[in-house]
Design a protein around this ligand. Structure first.
Ligand SMILES: C[S@@+](CC[C@H](N)C(=O)[O-])C[C@H]1O[C@@H](n2cnc3c(N)ncnc32)[C@H](O)[C@@H]1O
Length: 214
């Protein structure tokens, strides 16, 4: 991420989702984006069941992982899957989660061969793929290109998405958003775009939500 200035820090401290995340013990305010997307689209229900295997791309510091882990731990003990797994991937280290053996994290570039060949492929298929990937910003047109390349890469990873699975992918609003909607439309029974209330108005980010992979 680009170095944050004084104004950014001031804005952050007065931000209601930042404050909420501190109160509720999430690692970042990003948690509320996922919670709001889930509230609207029920992404963690596949054919009536909680997903067994979830891939989280661009997962640091780990707030989305915390959201999923809390949902999983809300399931009565007797009904929890023994083989439940969340795999979080990021360029930066994700601080370990205590007492959560079902969480696996990797410090790796999503564009590397290692990421696909050694981490993703051996898992075979995921029920849900999430991407909150955001490139290091340089503040010019290159940011959009980098972000578009990431969205394309995530689309490639749908070869590891189970039939009926769901996907959530962050992208910046641009003409490319319409292209993506057209390209992805045949692959999901439902394809939507959403800007959750927790996403800053000043930000061009939005989320593509694909439900029920065909
Ligand atoms: C907005 S943050 C994600 C926040 C996260 N969803 C959470 O809940 O804590 C975006 C992340 O994307 C990661 N990222 C950017 N480019 C990446 C790449 N090529 N491979 C892996 N992670 C990358 C960044 O390091 C950053 O941690």
């Amino acid at each position: 991420m680009a170095k944050k200035g004084k104004n950014w820090i001031k804005g952050q401290l007065s931000d209601k989702y930042y404050k909420k995340s501190k109160r509720e013990g999430f690692r970042s305010r990003a948690a509320y984006k996922l919670l709001q997307i889930d509230l609207k689209y029920n992404i963690f229900k596949i054919k009536g069941k909680f997903p067994k295997k979830i891939l989280d791309l661009g997962a640091a510091p780990g707030a989305w992982i915390e959201v999923i882990a809390r949902k999983y731990l809300d399931i009565p003990l007797a009904k929890r899957y023994r083989n439940f797994k969340i795999i979080g991937i990021d360029l930066t280290t994700i601080r370990p989660f205590e007492d959560a053996p079902f969480i696996e994290t990797h410090r790796v570039d999503i564009f590397s061969e290692q990421c696909e060949n050694e981490i993703i492929q051996p898992e075979k298929l995921f029920d849900v793929i999430l991407s909150d990937l955001a490139p290091k910003t340089s503040g010019d047109f290159r940011d959009i290109a980098k972000q578009e390349a990431m969205v394309e890469k995530v689309f490639e990873f749908t070869k590891y998405l189970k039939k009926h699975g769901n996907i959530v992918v962050k992208m910046f609003q641009s003409e490319f958003t319409n292209e993506i909607m057209k390209k992805w439309n045949p692959y999901f029974r439902t394809l939507k775009r959403m800007k959750p209330p927790a996403s800053r108005e000043s930000s061009r980010e939005l989320y593509i939500v694909g439900l029920n992979f065909i």
